[in-house]
Ligand binder design. Structure first.
Ligand SMILES: N[C@@H](CCC(=O)N[C@@H](CS)C(=O)NCC(=O)O)C(=O)O
Length: 213
């Protein structure tokens, strides 16, 4: 049995980022889906007071917030390092991780992914096309920024994989399952090539099933 327990669902992009990080380090995790009381009640609230996933358990240590979990794992399991030693490359990694959370997730995937995938699958909702249209300009900005960062290097923080690639990928993979993907990637060949290469990594192909949260 693994030393790591992740409370969450395999289809969640954030859970996938944790699983990919562990797999890149040669480790695995035991996934505990939320019980019948769900995310907004005990016992889950004792692990994550905001009622979200993932939450990590490692022995007597518990942690929530994906960026904190990824950095904890990278410090705990130093090989291979997933944070560049060069401070400018590390700063670029930090920047892309924040872009992934604040703009890619919160302004794009939380809206388009919800309208197209999570809402219809889990709640039987019909996608609200006006809401999706409103998110598209944010999507174009995010996709252009990410594409530009990959103009002269294979990964977001330079020549080697970092936590930034791992955090961004699952959100992009979810958006790739929506009809908006074609328009969002019409002028982003670097980003498309990066995603194709990322998805061939064993850490991704084995551990990140393309299912909805
Ligand atoms: N800031 C949190 C965000 C996690 C998050 O948004 N998780 C989603 C699943 S991908 C969730 O728990 N959604 C449930 C909800 O919003 O109620 C993190 O970085 O871990």
């Amino acid at each position: 049995m693994s030393d790591f327990i992740i409370h969450g669902l395999a289809g969640s992009p954030y859970v996938q980022a944790v699983l990919i990080t562990l797999a890149e380090k040669g480790e695995s995790a035991t996934l505990h889906p939320p019980g019948p009381t769900g995310l907004k009640a005990q016992p889950h609230l004792s692990r994550h007071p905001f009622g979200m996933i993932p939450a990590l358990e490692h022995g007597d240590f518990t942690l929530y917030e994906t960026q904190a979990i990824l950095r904890y794992l990278d410090r705990l399991l130093p090989n291979p390092p997933l944070t560049p030693s060069d401070i400018r490359q590390a700063a670029r990694m930090d920047q892309v991780m924040n872009i992934a959370d604040h703009y890619l997730m919160n302004r794009v995937n939380r809206i388009i992914g919800f309208q197209r995938i999570v809402g219809p699958m889990l709640m039987g909702l019909t996608p609200d096309l006006a809401v999706i249209a409103e998110a598209m300009p944010h999507g174009h900005t995010v996709f252009k920024v990410l594409n530009d960062l990959l103009a002269n290097q294979p990964f977001f923080a330079g020549n080697t994989l970092s936590l930034a690639d791992i955090l961004a990928l699952p959100h992009l993979n979810m958006l790739a399952r929506t009809p908006e993907w074609a328009e969002l990637t019409a002028s982003t060949p670097n980003l498309t090539a990066w995603r194709t290469a990322m998805n061939t990594r064993p850490s991704v192909s084995r551990l990140a099933p393309p299912a909805a949260p």
